[in-house]
Design a protein around this ligand. Structure first.
Ligand code: ASP
Length: 326
């Protein structure tokens, strides 16, 4: 929203209900620990309501524009399901190739068009910073559903909610992030978000060319969170409470030869997981390619399918919050 865009990266403040109304969600840097507890409280209520009644009329008459310039299964369909379970409706633009974008329309003009018809815009775009640009141009709230290799804040919120629901805590956790930490926007957001909690340690396991971005590590270090980098999983795994596996982001590589070299760097399977704790969880933002073997899916520690469902409740909470109905 133009009047609020300079504050897009600032925390939300004390009076949650009033402060969140009409806000853009661009980066996890906007969320304090308090804000997270508020979002998770609302998400928890959403879960209860969905289990009890399925669909209800909290956002009746409200319209969401779902604007996706990049492929998506979970984010796009969970935002649609979230809006519809709250009684609202959705303008789906999942294939920008069928929209005026192919005629050369700019992101700003597209967003300005959609806000004439919708109350909130969910945007996925290949360029880092695009969500902030759209939010600056728009009067209605813009929710970042992934801006290139930048951030994916709603994914990190649902990841954190998953950890809290599955392990019952967000403090005192040893978290290992595995795979493509350079191009994976989900881990950029998650590392930042987890650094709001106490007793967190983060291990990064990746091939040399896919190491976690220095900018993210510096921000996490500023919060006093210990971090360690490894090229193999063995050392970090036995202490790990949350293993967060990521896909090597093929579409971000300039040189396909480089992708071929690292695409199969890690595979999680029952044998690899033997030294891990019994009460830890394995997460993945999905889609997976080869990095988690299907043989592991029946292990109770495999939380990645449950993680998707938590995403519905968190996205319901976020829509209700920015539309002033939480
Ligand atoms: N779905 C996630 C994202 O959009 C993870 C991935 O694509 O690998 O970032």
């Amino acid at each position: 929203m133009p009047t609020q865009s300079p504050s897009a990266h600032l925390p939300f403040g004390e009076n949650k209900q009033a402060d969140w109304y009409g806000k853009d969600i661009i980066s996890v840097k906007q969320f304090s620990r308090d804000d997270l507890e508020y979002v998770f409280g609302v998400a928890h209520e959403m879960r209860g309501m969905v289990e009890r009644v399925g669909t209800f009329d909290l956002l009746k008459g409200k319209i969401l524009a779902n604007l996706f310039y990049e492929p998506s299964t979970r984010t796009s369909s969970s935002f649609t399901a979230a809006m519809e379970r709250l009684g609202g409706s959705v303008i789906p633009i999942n294939e920008v190739k069928y929209s005026s974008v192919t005629k050369g329309e700019t992101l700003i003009d597209t967003v300005r068009t959609l806000e004439c018809y919708a109350d909130v815009i969910v945007l996925r775009h290949p360029e880092t910073g695009s969500a902030a640009i759209a939010a600056k141009a728009a009067r209605k709230p813009v929710i970042n559903a992934g801006d290139g290799i930048g951030e994916h804040p709603t994914q990190a919120l649902l990841d954190t909610f998953t950890i809290s629901e599955e392990l019952g805590r967000l403090d005192d956790l040893n978290v290992t992030m595995l795979g493509d930490l350079k191009y994976g926007r989900t881990v950029h957001s998650l590392a930042r978000l987890l650094s709001a909690f106490d007793g967190i340690k983060i291990n990064y396991v990746s091939p040399e060319i896919l190491r976690m971005q220095k900018e993210v590590m510096d921000e996490v270090a500023e919060k006093g969170v210990p971090q360690a980098e490894y090229s193999s999983l063995e050392k970090a795994l036995p202490e790990t409470d949350v293993l967060y596996v990521t896909r090597v982001q093929k579409e971000r590589f300039e040189d396909p030869v480089e992708y071929e070299k690292v695409k199969g760097a890690y595979v999680i399977d029952p044998a690899v997981m033997k030294p891990a704790k019994k009460d830890m969880i394995v997460m993945h933002p999905l889609p997976r390619v080869t990095e988690i073997s299907m043989d592991f899916d029946d292990d109770p520690r495999a939380a990645y399918f449950r993680q998707m469902e938590y995403g519905l409740y968190v996205r319901m909470a976020l829509l209700a919050i920015v539309l002033g109905k939480a």
